[in-house]
Design a protein around this ligand. Structure first.
Ligand SMILES: Cc1cc2nc3c(=O)[nH]c(=O)nc-3n(C[C@H](O)[C@H](O)[C@H](O)COP(=O)(O)OP(=O)(O)OC[C@H]3O[C@@H](n4cnc5c(N)ncnc54)[C@H](O)[C@@H]3O)c2cc1C
Length: 506
């Protein structure tokens, strides 16, 4: 698993069974919370055989692609694994009519990605044809392009321009619980097609491929902002810095205008090495937007920050030190990808759990101060401008995705972490903290929801928070295609009918 804590199994008495990466900790290596056996599927037939075997023997199935899941849903103790990682085919179609659809439903320039393709493989293949595709961001492009990412929604810096991952899907192939391989789209099995776009991974069957729209490659403007607070205030804290609060309030206040200006991307409040002073890091893009328009919606924020920096003092508020505040034209998303992420590698996972909220545009417009102050009251918040624009324009009922996405502008995340080898008591303490942060975020946006792919297992009402008003329909479709609940994941559709281990019905 990318977050190795999901490999741990904690017994009721606090004993931990696992196999730590850091062998020098001296713990014996144990099975932990990983499958005992499984199938390294290389074809649709392999997946069908695996599903039939699991169904015949009533096994606890987990579907795993990259193992990036933040809720640990691609592993389980004593389970039977269906692993899709090596299903790597990428097929381009100059023209494409969804199976069963009329000729008038023809698409141009679509791409079919098999279940194991990762974004770091999909981007170069698509970009080489002069096209862009809406996809995820991670070091080396490690996130799966046709697994849990898209079934949960799939956000991207390109989403405000072209819609979320789910909005760009034209067809899916899937093996359902009885072992049949179905091709689903707007014209056949359309309700399953609806559910697979937002209803969550590991729930309706094993997806074997996803066919996506692509878009003509366009130039973009890149905005980079990086600043930290040099102060006598306690290091590593965010709340204690009034200057950071002023800066963050302004960023929140300007976010609707930035969104309308075509900007999208990622802001994080993180400790800055080596002194761990709080810092604000921002990387935004404006695809296919003129230089003048982009600068007119970004430069006011830079000007505000520069005035703050000039007026702040080390002793009283902390001195704002700006390391970068610039916009630059980039000729394509491919260029940006190659210079920023393509060659980043390494072990990126650690013992982390996160919680998140989708913040409605109306909340940000009406109360930017409250939003900023609340987010600075939780540790090192992420503030992702990945909604609005085309995400907001899509019909909320067109996919199974949580309708809260359509009203949101920001996806915000905070989290907890611990060292490998921590005791069960230390882990529980961190989880209790996480529950408190979840309550704080929920109080900020009580009628919104959260992105189920970057969330916590400790949501009090996951059905509402992750799926909103679509839950009943999703559950109906789940029962139709998987009446025996072969596919069940924590906090997923239908999971409330199972105990916490997901082995026994309640
Ligand atoms: C470093 C990092 C960066 C990220 N960046 C982004 C981002 O930019 N945008 C974004 O939206 N999210 C991002 N995420 C979150 C990401 O969407 C989730 O982690 C997602 O669950 C990953 O899906 P996966 O298939 O790669 O992972 P897995 O852990 O293998 O699977 C996730 C879930 O989907 C199920 N699943 C996987 N494959 C299939 C399949 N073929 N059929 C049925 N079920 C399947 C699994 O059972 C599990 O429930 C990021 C996560 C990490 C760790």
């Amino acid at each position: 698993m990318q977050a190795p804590n999901w490999d741990n199994f904690i017994f009721g008495n606090g004993t931990i069974s696992t196999c730590y990466l850091n062998a020098s900790l001296g713990f014996p290596c144990e099975q932990g919370s990983i499958p005992i056996i499984g199938v390294d599927a290389r074809s649709v037939k392999d997946v069908q055989a695996a599903v039939k075997f699991a169904s015949t023997h009533n096994l606890r199935v987990v579907v795993k692609n990259t193992g990036h899941d933040y809720l640990g849903r691609s592993t389980a103790r004593k389970s039977f694994l269906i692993w899709t990682h090596f299903m790597k085919n990428i097929t381009f179609h100059g023209t494409f009519v969804p199976v069963g659809g009329p000729k008038s439903a023809e698409y141009n320039d679509v791409v079919t990605l098999e279940a194991g393709v990762q974004w770091g493989e999909a981007y170069p293949a698509v970009n080489a044809r002069g096209r862009d595709i809406v996809g995820g961001i991670s070091a080396g492009g490690s996130v799966g392009a046709a697994g849990g990412w898209v079934q949960g929604g799939g956000h991207s810096a390109l989403a405000p321009k072209y819609g979320l991952g789910v909005d760009n899907v034209v067809q899916i192939t899937v093996v359902i619980a009885d072992g049949s391989a179905l091709t689903v789209n707007e014209y056949q099995h359309s309700e399953l097609f609806w559910a697979l776009r937002g209803g969550g991974g590991g729930t309706f069957g094993v997806v074997t491929s996803v066919t996506y729209r692509t878009h003509p490659s366009t130039p973009l403007i890149l905005a980079i902002f990086s600043a930290f607070i040099n102060s006598t205030l306690p290091s590593g804290t965010t709340t204690a810095s009034p200057i950071l609060e002023d800066l963050f309030v302004e960023l929140v206040r300007m976010t609707p205008a930035m969104s309308d200006g075509g900007w999208a991307g990622y802001t994080t409040v993180v400790p800055m090495p080596p002194t761990n002073q709080p810092s604000l890091q921002m990387g935004y893009i404006a695809p296919n937007v003129s230089w003048e328009k982009a600068n007119s919606t970004m430069n006011p924020f830079f000007a505000f920050a520069e005035a703050l920096a000039a007026n702040s003092t080390f002793q009283t508020t902390g001195k704002l030190i700006i390391l970068a505040a610039e916009t630059s034209p980039i000729n394509s998303f491919a260029t940006l990808w190659n210079m920023s992420f393509a060659n980043t590698t390494g072990q990126v996972g650690s013992q982390v759990e996160i919680t998140s909220r989708l913040l409605p545009r109306s909340l940000i417009e009406d109360n930017p101060v409250k939003v900023a102050k609340t987010l600075l009251s939780v540790p090192f918040p992420s503030f992702y401008l990945v909604a609005g624009g085309a995400v907001a324009d899509a019909d909320p009922s067109s996919t199974g995705l949580n309708p809260a996405w359509r009203k949101a502008l920001i996806h915000t995340i905070t989290g907890v972490g611990w060292d490998e080898g921590s005791s069960a008591a230390e882990i529980m303490q961190q989880r209790d903290q996480l529950k408190q942060y979840t309550a704080i975020l929920n109080n900020l946006a009580p009628h919104s929801g959260a992105y189920l792919n970057e969330a916590t297992l400790y949501e009090p009402n996951p059905q509402y928070t992750f799926f909103g008003s679509h839950y009943e329909r999703l559950k109906f479709i789940k029962e139709k295609y998987d009446s025996a609940s072969l596919f069940v994941v924590a906090s997923g559709v239908g999971s409330e009918d199972w105990d916490a281990s997901l082995n026994c019905r309640v």
